[in-house]
Design a protein around this ligand. Sequence first.
Ligand SMILES: Cc1ncc(COP(=O)(O)O)c(C=O)c1O
Length: 373
Amino acid sequence: MIYLDHAATTPPDATVVRAVADCMASAWHNPGAAYSASEAARRILRLARQTVAGMLNARPQEVLFTASGTEGNNQALTLAKGGHAIVGAVEHASVLKAARRHAGEVTVIPPDGNGRTQPEAVERALRPDTRLICVQYANNETGALQPVAEIGALARSRRVPFLCDAVQAFGKAPIDVRALNVDLLTLSAHKLYGPRGAGCLFVRQGLPLTPLIDGGGQEFGLRSGTENVPAIEGMRVAAELAASDMEARAEREKALAAGFLARLRALVPSCRLLAENAPRLPGVMALLLSGLQSEQAVADLDLMGIQVSAGAACSARSEHVSHVYRAMGLEEKDARCVIRVSLGRENTSEEMAIAAAAIAKVYGKRCEQSDNF
Ligand SMILES: Cc1ncc(COP(=O)(O)O)c(C=O)c1O
């Protein structure tokens, strides 16, 4: 098996699995309990909060643990309640849908041809009643890095809060919430070799969010429910591991991706890399193979032991065409012919060579079969 769908989720690191299991066995008490045995759970929670806060240049009291990136985005969007929100068209569904649910009115900003939401377009959309600007750090379908620093500066100068969904970028790019002028930022552990069930929402102190979940008042009253201490511990360990080899990993992925693309292009010259001219996460590649339906390509590659996706994991099994590729100007017929190949730290150049040859084979087979190719 060659796993090339790391933007969907990542295989949990063995160290993380051990840390989660140890925590479940030894620190299972409720961290909110008053007796001394629960101190171990409280300590783990405290350390995780300090660690994540330190990585983001945030204060520990600004770090709220959630169960997922989706939850963090939904929680953050409560700030737009009843008002006007500005949202990039290439945002994750959890941002786009939560904006429609919570904001009174939403302006959706189309990206440029490289899938980037431009600050000038955000500026034009600003209104006196704008409550929130939402632009992600890196796109999950193309890898395109968004102009987050510029949009943060704009948001700050106009005193409009700024939500940045950094789910795909955390652990791959340095993130400093103060330097970026970000007011809300979301993370998810399972994208960085951590467990499912742990995420984080940075909330700049003083922002009036409305809790999505009411109850015992955990997480500063914003996220009730007994804390998932083992998953949060897993997130801390995963984040530390990611931080320890971030630059080396980026270089490695860049080289792997370059080798893969060169091979693929030699075999399928018509293959197009979307967002090619944008600054990108090198390990996330959206490949347009005109005429080859992505569902078919994914199924054929699966039979050959190669796992890629037909866009975002959450929509890969639905009939919907990717809103990201459509927003970037692709016609529907082409938007149905994009596969996403996303690399991880266990991939090798041998695997990438096999994958390039397999994609070329699948493409060639479809060319032969199809009259209208
Ligand atoms: C950019 C982005 N935001 C949010 C999410 C949702 O994260 P989670 O799976 O933790 O809910 C994803 C997951 O694919 C994502 O890629």
